[in-house]
Design a protein around this ligand. Structure first.
Ligand SMILES: C[S@@+](CC[C@H](N)C(=O)[O-])C[C@H]1O[C@@H](n2cnc3c(N)ncnc32)[C@H](O)[C@@H]1O
Length: 236
C-alpha cells in the first residue's frame, strides 16, 4: 500500500476536484473575490510579523495550492518558505511562479506531513482547513511541526457578521458565484462545493475552540471584510 492509499474518499474527491480546476484557479480566485484574496493574504503575512516581533526564519504553508501565500510570505518576510499540497497540478502552477525565490514546494498530505517535529517557526493555511477530511487532526499535525513558541495563522472563509450585508453576500455566494465559477472553470461541482463547505465549517468562535482542543495557546481572530473571511492565530 502506498502513502496515497491511506487517504479517505473525501480527501481523494478534494484532490481530484482541485486537479480539475488548477488551470483556472488563480484567475477565478481573484475574479470572484474582486482581488480581496490578495489583500487578505497580505494581512496574514503581517500578522505573523506582528506576533513574532520580526521575521521568522523558516515558514511552512500547508494546502498551499498554487503558492500565492507561500510567495507572499517569502516576499513580505524575506524568509525561507516550504509550501505543501497533495494536488500535483496545483503544485505545478505554484512552481511556475516561484522563479529563483527560496520557496520549495513539496507534494504532501497535510494530515501526515513529511517533516520532523518542531522544525518551523510559523505555519500558515489559507482556504485549506475547510477542505481537510479531519480539520482537528490537521491542526494537531501543524502543531507537531511547529517549534515551541511557534505561530499558526489560518485564513479561511467564515460567517459574515454585518446584519444586512450578510444576506446580500449570502445571495451572491450561494446563487451567483457557483454559476460564474462553473461557466469559467467548466466544473459546476467545484464551485458548488465552495459555499457548501463554508456553510459546514465552524464559525469564528468555534474555530478558536478547535485551536485550543488541538493544544494551541493564546488563540485570537479578526474578521476580514465583515466576516466573509477571518484570520485566526495561535501559539504552540
Ligand atoms: C482552496 S485551495 C487553497 C490554495 C491556497 N492556499 C490559496 O490560498 O489559494 C485548497 C488547497 O488545499 C489542498 N488540500 C486539501 N486537502 C489537502 C490535504 N489533506 N493535504 C494537502 N493538501 C490538501 C488542495 O489540493 C488545494 O490546493
Amino acid at each position: 500500500m502506498t502513502e496515497r492509499d491511506y487517504r479517505g474518499p473525501d480527501s481523494r474527491r478534494v484532490q481530484e476536484m482541485f486537479a480539475g480546476i488548477a488551470h483556472r484557479y488563480d484567475f477565478l480566485n481573484h475574479f470572484l473575490s474582486v482581488s480581496m484574496d490578495r489583500h487578505w493574504r497580505s494581512l496574514a503575512v503581517r500578522k505573523i510579523e506582528t506576533l513574532m516581533r520580526g521575521a521568522p526564519r523558516l515558514c511552512l504553508d500547508v494546502c498551499s495550492g498554487t503558492g500565492d501565500l507561500a510567495l507572499a510570505l517569502q516576499r513580505g518576510l524575506g524568509c525561507e518558505v516550504v509550501g505543501s499540497d497533495f494536488c500535483h497540478p496545483m503544485l505545478t502552477r505554484a512552481n511556475s511562479k516561484i522563479e529563483k525565490r527560496p520557496v520549495r514546494m513539496v507534494e504532501a498530505d497535510t494530515l501526515r506531513l513529511p517533516f520532523p517535529d518542531h522544525c518551523f517557526d510559523a505555519v500558515t493555511i489559507a482556504f485549506g482547513l475547510r477542505n481537510l477530511e479531519d480539520p482537528s487532526q490537521g491542526l494537531v499535525e501543524m502543531q507537531r511541526v511547529l517549534r515551541p513558541g511557534g505561530i499558526i495563522v489560518i485564513l479561511e472563509f467564515s460567517k459574515p457578521v454585518v446584519p444586512v450585508f450578510k444576506h446580500v453576500f449570502s445571495l451572491y455566494f450561494r446563487h451567483i458565484l457557483p454559476h460564474v465559477g462553473a461557466l469559467i472553470s467548466g466544473d459546476r461541482a467545484a464551485y458548488q462545493y465552495l459555499p457548501d463547505s463554508v456553510r459546514k465549517f465552524p464559525a469564528q468562535r468555534e474555530l478558536l475552540s478547535l485551536l485550543l482542543s488541538a493544544g494551541f495557546k493564546n488563540p485570537g481572530y479578526r474578521n476580514l471584510s465583515g466576516g466573509i473571511a477571518a484570520l485566526h492565530w495561535a501559539q504552540t
